[in-house]
Design a protein around this ligand. Sequence first.
Ligand SMILES: *[C@@H]1O[C@H](CO)[C@@H](O)[C@H](O)[C@H]1NC(C)=O
Ligand SMILES: *[C@@H]1O[C@H](CO)[C@@H](O)[C@H](O)[C@H]1NC(C)=O
Ligand SMILES: *[C@@H]1O[C@H](CO)[C@@H](O)[C@H](O)[C@H]1NC(C)=O
Ligand SMILES: *[C@@H]1O[C@H](CO)[C@@H](O)[C@H](O)[C@H]1NC(C)=O
Ligand SMILES: *[C@@H]1O[C@H](CO)[C@@H](O)[C@H](O)[C@H]1NC(C)=O
Ligand SMILES: *[C@@H]1O[C@H](CO)[C@@H](O)[C@H](O)[C@H]1NC(C)=O
Ligand SMILES: *[C@@H]1O[C@H](CO)[C@@H](O)[C@H](O)[C@H]1NC(C)=O
Length: 678
Amino acid sequence: MAIFLLLLFSFTTLSIPASSQLDEFTYTGFNDPNTNISLNGVAQIDKNGILQLTNETSRLLGHAFYSSPIHFKNSTNGTVSSFSTSFVFLIHPEYPKLGGHGLAFAIAPNKELNSALPRQYLGLFNSSDGGNFSNHIFAVEFDTVQDLEFGDINDNHVGIDINSLESKKSAAAAYFNDGLVKMDLNLKCSKPIMAWIEYDSITNVVNVTLSPSNSKPKAPVLSLQVDLSPIFEESMYVGFSASTGLLASSHYVLGWSFRLNGEAKSLDLDALPSLPGIKKKHTGLIVSISVMAVVFVLTLILIGVYLIRKVKNAEVIESWELEIVPHRYKYQELKKATRGFKESELLGLGGFGRVYKGTLPNTKTVVAVKRISHESKQGVREFVSEISTIGRLRHRNLVQLLGWCRRGSDLLLVYDYMPNGSLEKFLFDEPKCVLSWGQRFRIIKGVASGLIYLHEGYEQIVIHRDVKASNVLLDGEMNGRLGDFGLAKLYDHGSNPGTTRVVGTLGYLAPELPRTGRATTSSDVFAFGTLLLEVACGRRPVESKAEPEELVLVDYVWNKWKEGRIFDVVDERMKRDFDENEVVMILKLGLMCLSNEQLARPSMRQVVSYLEGEVEIPKVVRAPWACRGEVGFEDYLHSYASSSFEKTSSYSMLGTGDVDRSFPSISTSPLTLLHGAR
Ligand SMILES: *[C@@H]1O[C@H](CO)[C@@H](O)[C@H](O)[C@H]1NC(C)=O
Ligand SMILES: *[C@@H]1O[C@H](CO)[C@@H](O)[C@H](O)[C@H]1NC(C)=O
Ligand SMILES: *[C@@H]1O[C@H](CO)[C@@H](O)[C@H](O)[C@H]1NC(C)=O
Ligand SMILES: *[C@@H]1O[C@H](CO)[C@@H](O)[C@H](O)[C@H]1NC(C)=O
Ligand SMILES: *[C@@H]1O[C@H](CO)[C@@H](O)[C@H](O)[C@H]1NC(C)=O
Ligand SMILES: *[C@@H]1O[C@H](CO)[C@@H](O)[C@H](O)[C@H]1NC(C)=O
Ligand SMILES: *[C@@H]1O[C@H](CO)[C@@H](O)[C@H](O)[C@H]1NC(C)=O
């Protein structure tokens, strides 16, 4: 075994450029001092000989090109020679399901690509040179984000790009197995993927082939007939480019071979360096040895567990409690931390329970402890099993759940303490301190980034269900962080099984919710839309003290928009000191998110790309209530007045403590939609 490993090791470190000729090279790892690779951007070669184009930081780009130009045209008639290349890449995204943005094999007239941008431009183009013949760029993109701007088919595709990111042809990432059956391939799987790109100058065909293993499939996943002669200059540089956007991936190249007028040397996955921390599939001996070892260890553990169980035969904790991941605090510890849940430590209260400030006795960490009482023990039990999901969510724009404690039907949740309290405190009534536009915009972007993580960044979709200003908390640096995600579900698990209660807060509640009873990512987007308008206008979604035509915020904004007096709605306390383009964008986006039609609302991903300026917001915005004909509006007024509001589900974690006064939550009546209350 040791000898075998040694052999493997020496293989990986020996990166032999197979030929000194300029038109052929092979790299099995890049750590040879003679590697003729020019890097720019953040690209680097790590100590294992792995070429890393980007890391998991936002908005980076990295280039790695073979240092010498390749003479693609070596004839008087100006025909591009055939070429073939094979390489192994690995994409490791920051969040398991969200890549950003992708990697490309590129052939370009220079190796700097100075004016190229990161994000959706993949480090190849900029916002103005797309499609220009003067680019002379040929690329094969391995794209992990769907940019509608370039007509991307999905967020996991291969495309052939010529002078533009609008692919000439693209295909979902896949490979053909031995039986020529097409198999899906996830580019963001954090495992090495082999790629072959071949061009034949007689048939003028480019083939792109992918495989998760060494053996080259018999059929390409993408094939395009194109004459590259007009695109290529006489000499061109070959290499790779990758970029990250708001969301980031590490993009790696583990090995690479290239050949002009012939087939590139085949690479062997097992002979390439592997990434520490990211496991590589080994075959043969290693697999059998490690399988045997694992089986052996497992058997030992099982025997051990069996013996211990038998010997101790003690009280067993219920299995569902074992699965809970975040720390389980002792009740006494939390009691001590909050000085016996003293009134003076109270930060806020709401429908679910009270929030106390506490200092953990051991670590002296300041935390917020939420004490929830629930009439049903069953409800708490179900919720506690969900804590394992919530506790694993980690994002800089979420209020981190640190741990929990259950005592009968009492539930204590321990969170990071947010020194600046809730956003609500800074927006409504008579705030002590007026947020600048810059601060507001940053808070909005933060919340959006937290929400997209809940919707897409985790193994399962997490729906917040109660996005609103009082659930947005501000940390010491005034970053917006979403709190209380998933908590609304506790309410769902109410004492009355069989009926689904609609949870949320009036004004933030998507119109389809009372009808379908099902919270979706799109109902979160609706609530986010309300939040956008609130932040820009500095007022609540329904202001009972306002003039009738200003009663409902979205109507008020829409009417001013139609009149062309949009800046009238902006929070006067900012004294007109704001970026007009950003304000218009936020208000437009708010109106889009607040569409009555679920399908007309953007996804959180689109919202984020608008906020980041990666995509320009549409010029025309439709009226939010495009389909109101379906529901009579007198009915609405009627039900608005007579429906029963429940004053419990809205609460603030660290907020002002009397959130619910003018801001009731809604229970079940199907017609109590705020939106119709006009
Ligand atoms: C790298 O390039 C230099 C000059 O371009 C050349 O002399 C050298 O042989 C090349 N090395 C390899 C390993 O290709
Ligand atoms: C990524 O690279 C940039 C530039 O080299 C560096 O500033 C940043 O700290 C790196 N990020 C991580 C997560 O390693
Ligand atoms: C290019 O042409 C020259 C002479 O015309 C020849 O010696 C050389 O081998 C050619 N190279 C390739 C890669 O075809
Ligand atoms: C161009 O020249 C190359 C070699 O000189 C030859 O192989 C190829 O067939 C020619 N192509 C055309 C279109 O004449
Ligand atoms: C885009 O790139 C082109 C060259 O490809 C350059 O001339 C132009 O100035 C760049 N535009 C911007 C906005 O950077
Ligand atoms: C293409 O790029 C060149 C130089 O960068 C510029 O002069 C030209 O106007 C561009 N053409 C178009 C259609 O953008
Ligand atoms: C491209 O793929 C097609 C279909 O499998 C094959 O017939 C052709 O020979 C391939 N061409 C190259 C250059 O590999």
